[in-house]
Design a binder for this molecule. Structure first.
Ligand code: NAP
Length: 361
């Protein structure tokens, strides 16, 4: 059993406590120091007591928060591939015993028996130190990525979604006549970190890509859009931009009304990737015409969650590529750094925030 300083909540009741905690569920003999942990809506939802699916590790009265992390190897234990000082990203989902979990695809767990670090039944990474095993650690190939490799976890979700998009788009010829995606249009709903990571990825594939919200956005966001060749549209005043149709819509808002507004803009063979979750969003109505639209146009709507270890590796490659561009604004996706003791990170969100990160070293 180890004792470490960290931030815990009592799931699903909520609240947050900074202090010393005894950890009983770490598995593996690699000792790690946490450098950074990202804060996302799930952490805030858990602290607010809104996420009824969250639960403490078995027999424990609290759970250490945090699933987006960057760690440093203090002691590689029995690892043959990691050395002291290496940077690593821990995998969030830990497998159960279903057929998907047994092949390393706990992101597609078929019976719900997997655990998620910092969310469901396994302590997370918002703490000074943790132990893990090689199987669940992904080495950061490039030490210069220290300042932004904490974005690996949110980026790996996008890499998996691209895999799913690749499979689904094969139901017809989706690419342009020259085999690229030139001229194809992608719209990403939302202007948070995941929306940017999706939009940057689809733009890299050759899509003409827009990111959209129901209000204007700050200069930092506009500059990132400009650099990565993304258009920003405030759809509350300009829906006309989308009148020519969209080939791929990615939703990060979880808002059904907005989702169906953009669904109605999908071109033939169009694909809608649902990623955002918002159990508190207002309901919307869907008509027979909407169903006809889906059938007549061969539309696909799909949900995608989490990702596998391979997607963490792909995410690190992608982040390295973006981070090494000349004058890259990638680090500007991280808009605020917090001390672990500052619990306001869970309760306040500045409108200019894209990604908030807690610094542990
Ligand atoms: P986020 O920062 O909260 O981003 C959500 C974005 O949606 C914000 O920019 C928000 O804008 C925007 N939005 C909300 N309602 C909208 C509407 N009606 N029209 C347009 N935009 C709207 O969260 P994130 O970290 O980027 O993550 C995105 C979503 O994915 C969250 O719901 C998160 O819970 C979910 N998620 C899913 C997975 C998965 O595996 N599927 C994994 C991680 C996260 P405002 O801030 O202006 O409201």
């Amino acid at each position: 059993m180890q004792k470490t300083e960290g931030i815990a909540t009592d799931a699903p009741k909520g609240g947050s406590t900074y202090g010393d905690f005894e950890i009983v569920d770490d598995q593996g003999d690699i000792e790690l120091q946490t450098l950074f942990t990202g804060v996302c809506g799930t952490d805030r939802g858990m602290v607010a007591g809104h996420l009824q699916f969250a639960y403490n590790p078995k027999g424990q009265s609290n759970i250490i928060l945090g699933h987006e992390a960057l760690g440093k190897v203090i002691d590689p234990g029995s690892s043959t591939s990691l050395r002291k000082g290496d940077l690593v990203v821990p995998v969030v989902r830990r497998p159960g015993d279903c057929v998907n979990c047994r092949i390393g695809r706990q992101d597609n767990c078929s019976d719900g028996e997997k655990h998620e670090a910092g969310i469901t039944g396994k302590n997370g990474f918002m703490r000074r130190t943790f132990y893990d095993s090689e199987e669940f650690l992904v080495k950061v190939p490039d030490l210069s990525m220290k300042d932004y490799a904490v974005l690996t976890e949110p980026t790996k979700n996008v890499m998996k979604a691209l895999e799913v998009f690749g499979i689904v788009s094969k139901r017809s010829v989706f690419a342009a006549g020259d085999s690229t995606y030139r001229g194809k249009k992608c719209t990403v709903i939302g202007t948070g970190p995941e929306a940017f990571l999706y939009a940057m990825s689809f733009s890299d594939l050759g899509f003409t890509t827009h990111i959209t919200n129901r209000h204007p956005v700050d200069d930092n966001r506009l500059k990132i859009c400009e650099y990565f060749n993304l258009g920003f549209v405030d759809y509350s005043t300009d829906m006309g931009t989308f009148d020519q149709g969209i080939d791929v819509v990615v939703d990060t808002s979880g808002d059904p009304g907005t989702i169906f507004t953009f669904y109605r803009k999908l071109n033939n063979n169009g694909i809608m990737l649902l990623f955002g979750t918002n159990g508190k969003a207002q309901p919307t109505s869907v008509s027979g015409v909407d169903i006809d639209h889906m059938i007549e146009r061969n539309l696909t709507i799909l949900g995608t969650v989490d990702a596998a270890k391979i997607h963490y590796i792909q995410a690190l490659e992608k982040l390295s590529q973006w981070g090494n561009l000349p004058n890259s604004p990638l680090k500007k996706l991280i808009t605020s750094l917090y001390d672990p003791q500052d619990e306001t990170v869970f309760t306040r969100r500045n409108p200019s925030e894209i990604k908030a990160v807690i610094r542990w070293d």
